[in-house]
Design a binder for this molecule. Structure first.
Ligand code: ATP
Ligand code: MG
Length: 224
């Protein structure tokens, strides 16, 4: 599903990623780890085309997006859900509307919107709070809204860049368990994290970056 070939990303003269070769199959759950500045967010941004590689191939579903035209990016992102460390919710909109926001542009009926949003909110356990606004939710709940928004369109791929970076251990565990359940529905999940306890607990594939290079790629791996 995802293939990176000899990918390098330079910001001015600084190499954020160097000669990355990587294959991620459909249905995998992958942790991307490494210290601050190692290149985790840059790698994620290449996948959702927030940044373009300086050289190399980034292919998703067999299509090279390395030089994708900007007007094709919305289409690419319809095939993936993206979860951010800081949730990026609309503060003046309800939980329901935050999740519905993207699919309202698709020209589907309001019943269909209601069904899909309700389904996504039930998966993350927030259906009861659908009428709340973000300020009325805990951080963990806000991140669950972020996850519901990411999966509401039924994407085959979910990308989460430090989804638990602002959360305490208990909320982090809940979020990781939700991501694991989403993966068990067949969705490919890629999660960057600093959280060694989570990585050691879940024993998924671990890709470790150091100064922009892959220094470890291990099935059922640990943080160190
Ligand atoms: N827009 C940018 N312009 C210039 N340099 C950048 C930019 N974004 C990232 N970098 C640099 O590229 C390197 C990799 O950054 P990246 O954000 O990918 O690291 P990270 O592993 O996600 O770190 P963190 O754990 O702190 O989030 C760092 O040295 C960073 O300073
Ligand atoms: Mg980062």
């Amino acid at each position: 599903m995802i293939r990176l070939k000899n990918v390098t990303k330079k910001y001015k003269n600084h190499y954020a990623l160097k000669n990355i070769d990587l294959k991620i199959d459909s249905g995998e759950f992958v942790f991307v780890v490494g210290s601050s500045g190692a290149g985790k967010s840059t790698l994620m941004k290449l996948l959702y085309s927030e940044e373009k590689p300086t050289s190399g191939v980034v292919s998703i579903g067999g299509i090279n997006i390395a030089n994708i035209k900007n007007d094709k990016i919305p289409n690419l992102r319809r095939c993936m859900g993206i979860v951010f460390q800081d949730y990026k919710l609309l503060q003046n909109q309800t939980v329901f509307d935050n999740v519905a926001y993207v699919i309202r542009t698709l020209g589907i009926s309001s019943k269909e919107i209601n069904d899909r949003v309700s389904g996504a909110l039930k998966i993350v356990g927030l259906y009861e709070k659908r009428r709340a606004i973000p300020a009325e939710l805990s951080g963990g709940e806000q991140q669950r809204v972020g996850i519901a928004r990411a999966i509401v369109n039924g994407p085959p791929l979910l990308i989460a860049d430090e989804p638990t970076g602002n959360l305490d251990p208990q909320n982090s565990m809940e979020i990781m368990q939700i991501l694991d359940q989403i993966n068990q529905r067949g969705i490919t999940v890629i999660v960057s994290t600093h959280d060694n306890n989570m990585v050691d607990y879940f024993r998924k594939r671990v890709i470790k970056l150091d100064h922009g290079e892959i220094v470890k790629d291990k099935e059922a791996g640990t943080y160190e």
